[in-house]
Design a protein around this ligand. Structure first.
Ligand SMILES: Nc1ncnc2c1ncn2[C@@H]1O[C@H](COP(=O)(O)OP(=O)(O)OP(=O)(O)O)[C@@H](O)[C@H]1O
Ligand SMILES: [Mg+2]
Length: 481
C-alpha cells in the first residue's frame, strides 16, 4: 500500500500555497490600485493649487512694455515670485523674460517662437517651454497685446516623485505583511486538515482484507466541530469509519457462516461418498457378470466419487485452515520428507525428469508433516500435470538464515497469463489443452491449499514464471515454526 507523499508547508501544489499566493496577489492588486489613485489625486490637488496661484497672477497688472521693449512690472507685478514666466507681445514687438532668483533672463529664440504660437485662453495648460522647462501657462489678450503667464511645474514634479516613491514603498510593505500574515493564518487553519490526513493514513495502512477487523481509530473530538468546514469533514470521516467498521464486521460474520457451512457440508458429504465408493467397489467384484455398459458406468461412478472425495477433503482442509492456523506441530526431518515426496512423484510421473538436491546435514523444522507433505504433493502434481512429458523438475531444500526454503522449479511452459494474478486463490485454474489431454481433473484448489498451509506455518510461498522459462515455486518456512 503506498503512503501519500508528505505535504511540505507551502510546497508546490499545496492548498496552503495557493491560498497564500492568491491572498497576497489580491492585497497587491488593491494596494497598487489605491497607491495609483492616491498619487493621481495628489497630482490633481498640487496642480489645482498651482493653477489657483496662476489665476491670481493672471488678474494682476503686469504693466506695459517700455519703449525699449522691456516689460515694466505694475504694482502687483511678478516681483517676488520665483520662476514666474511673463511673456508679452505688443503689436509686432515681442518681449519677455523668465524670472529666476528674481533676476530677469531673456527667453531663448525657440521658446519665444513657441510662446508666440500659443492660443489665448484663461484655462491653464501644461507646456514644456523649449530650453526653460515645464510650466502651467495661461495666455491673456487685450487689443493687440498678448501676455502669457506661467508657473514652473518642477516643484510639482519633484513632489510627485517623492509621493510615488513613498507609495511604492508602502505598497511593497503592505504586500510583504499580507504574505506573512496570510501564511501564518493559512498554516494554522490547515493544521486540523493535516491531523485528518494522519488519521486517514493510519486507516489506509491497516490490513482490512480479511479477518476480524476493529478499526479503533477516529478523528479527535476537537476536529469534529460541525460548525467548521474541517469539522464537517472530520465528522463525515468518523461516520464513514463507523460505516466501514460495521460493514467489515458484517462481512466477517457472513464469511464465518459460509466457512462453517462449507466445513459442515464437506464433513457431511464424506460419509455418503465413502458409502458410494464402497458399494461401487463391492459391485465391481462381480464385474464379469455385468453387461459392458453397466461395468463402464460403475468405473465412472468409482472415479468420479474418488474425485469428489478429494475435492471434499480439500474443501474441508481449507475451511479448517481458514478458521485458524490448524496445524499439528512436531519436529520434522524435512530432508527425508522432500526426498520421499520426490520419489513418490517420480513413480506417479515417470515421463518427467525428477531431480532433488538437499544439504548433507539433515534439515529439521517444527511443522506439521502431513500438511507439508500435502504442499509438496500439490506442487509436484502441478509440475506433472501442467507441463508436457520430458519436462525436468528440480526440487531443492536449503537453509537460509532462520528459514528453510524448498524450491520446485520446472522448465515447462510456465504459468498461463490468465491465472497468474490469482494463482493462489481458490478455484483458479487454466483450462489448457494439456490439462484436458491429460484427462486429469483440475479443481484449482491445489495452490490455495499450499498457500493456506504455508501461511498457517508462518511462512510464505512465491512463484516466478516466464513464458518459456518454466515455473519456480519457492516455499519459505521458519525453522522453528
Ligand atoms: N508448474 C506449473 N506449470 C504451469 N502451470 C501451472 C503450474 N502450476 C500451476 N499451474 C497453473 O496454475 C493453475 C492453478 O493450479 P492449482 O494447483 O491451484 O489448481 P489445479 O492444478 O488446476 O487443480 P488442483 O490442483 O486443485 O487439482 C493450474 O490450473 C495451472 O494452469
Ligand atoms: Mg494443482
Amino acid at each position: 500500500m503506498s503512503r501519500a507523499a508528505r505535504v511540505t508547508p507551502l510546497g508546490r501544489g499545496t492548498l496552503a500555497r495557493q491560498l497564500v499566493l492568491r491572498t497576497t496577489a489580491l492585497v497587491a492588486v488593491i494596494a497598487v490600485f489605491l497607491s495609483a489613485l492616491t498619487a493621481l489625486a495628489m497630482h490633481q490637488i498640487l496642480e489645482n493649487q498651482l493653477d489657483q496661484r496662476l489665476a491670481s497672477y493672471a488678474t494682476r497688472d503686469f504693466g506695459d512694455a517700455d519703449n525699449d521693449g522691456r516689460i515694466r512690472p505694475g504694482p502687483g507685478g511678478p516681483g517676488q515670485t520665483e520662476g514666474l514666466l511673463v511673456f508679452a507681445v505688443h503689436g509686432s514687438q515681442v518681449v519677455g523674460y523668465v524670472q529666476e532668483d528674481q533676476s530677469r533672463a531673456a527667453l531663448p529664440d525657440a521658446a519665444l517662437t513657441q510662446l508666440t504660437a500659443l492660443e489665448t485662453g484663461r484655462t491653464p495648460r501644461s507646456v514644456t517651454v523649449d530650453g526653460v522647462g515645464g510650466y502651467r501657462i495661461v495666455v491673456l489678450a487685450s487689443g493687440d497685446s498678448r501676455v502669457a503667464i506661467g508657473l514652473p511645474t518642477a516643484e510639482l514634479t519633484a513632489s510627485m516623485v517623492s509621493i510615488v516613491a513613498a507609495a511604492a514603498l508602502l505598497t511593497a510593505l503592505a504586500i510583504l505583511i499580507a504574505f506573512l500574515a496570510a501564511r501564518q493564518v493559512v498554516e494554522r487553519s490547515l493544521v486540523p486538515l493535516a491531523r485528518l490526513a494522519g488519521t486517514a493514513h493510519q486507516v489506509s495502512s491497516m490490513p482490512l482484507d480479511s479477518g476480524d477487523v476493529a478499526l479503533g481509530v477516529r478523528v479527535a473530538a476537537a476536529d469534529t466541530d460541525a460548525r467548521s468546514e474541517v469539522g464537517q469533514v472530520g465528522l463525515a470521516f468518523n461516520h464513514m469509519l463507523d460505516n466501514v467498521e460495521g460493514a467489515l464486521a458484517a462481512r466477517q460474520r457472513s464469511e464465518t457462516k459460509v466457512r462453517q457451512f462449507v466445513a459442515d457440508a464437506s464433513h457431511e458429504l464424506r460419509n455418503p461418498l465413502a458409502a458410494i465408493r464402497g458399494y461401487a467397489e463391492l459391485t465391481r467384484r462381480h464385474r464379469d457378470e455385468l453387461p459392458p455398459d453397466t461395468a463402464h458406468a460403475l468405473t465412472r461412478i468409482d472415479s468420479e466419487s474418488a474425485r469428489m472425495s478429494t475435492l471434499v477433503e480439500d474443501l474441508l482442509l481449507l475451511a479448517r485452515l481458514d478458521s485458524g492456523p490448524n496445524v499439528q506441530r512436531t519436529t520434522v526431518d524435512l530432508t527425508e520428507l522432500v526426498v520421499n515426496a520426490v520419489s513418490d512423484a517420480q513413480a506417479a510421473g515417470p515421463d518427467h525428469d525428477w531431480a532433488v538436491s538437499v544439504p548433507d546435514e539433515p534439515v529439521t523444522a517444527v511443522a506439521d508433516p502431513h500438511r507439508l507433505h500435502q504442499v509438496l504433493v500439490n506442487l509436484f502434481a502441478n509440475a506433472r500435470t501442467h507441463t508436457p512429458p520430458g519436462t525436468s523438475v528440480h526440487t531443492s531444500l536449503t537453509v537460509e538464515g532462520d528459514d528453510v526454503v524448498i524450491r520446485v522449479a520446472d522448465d515447462g511452459p510456465g504459468i498461463p497469463d490468465a491465472v497468474r494474478a490469482t494463482l493462489f486463490e481458490r478455484f483458479t485454474r487454466a483450462d489448457t489443452a494439456r490439462v484436458r489431454a491429460s484427462g486429469t481433473s483440475s479443481t484449482g484448489l491445489g495452490l490455495a491449499i499450499v498457500a493456506a498451509v504455508v501461511s498457517a506455518h508462518g511462512g510464505t510461498v512465491a512463484v516466478e514464471s516466464g513464458h518459456v522459462r518454466g515455473a519456480t515455486f519457492t516455499v519459505r518456512l521458519p525453522r522453528g515454526a
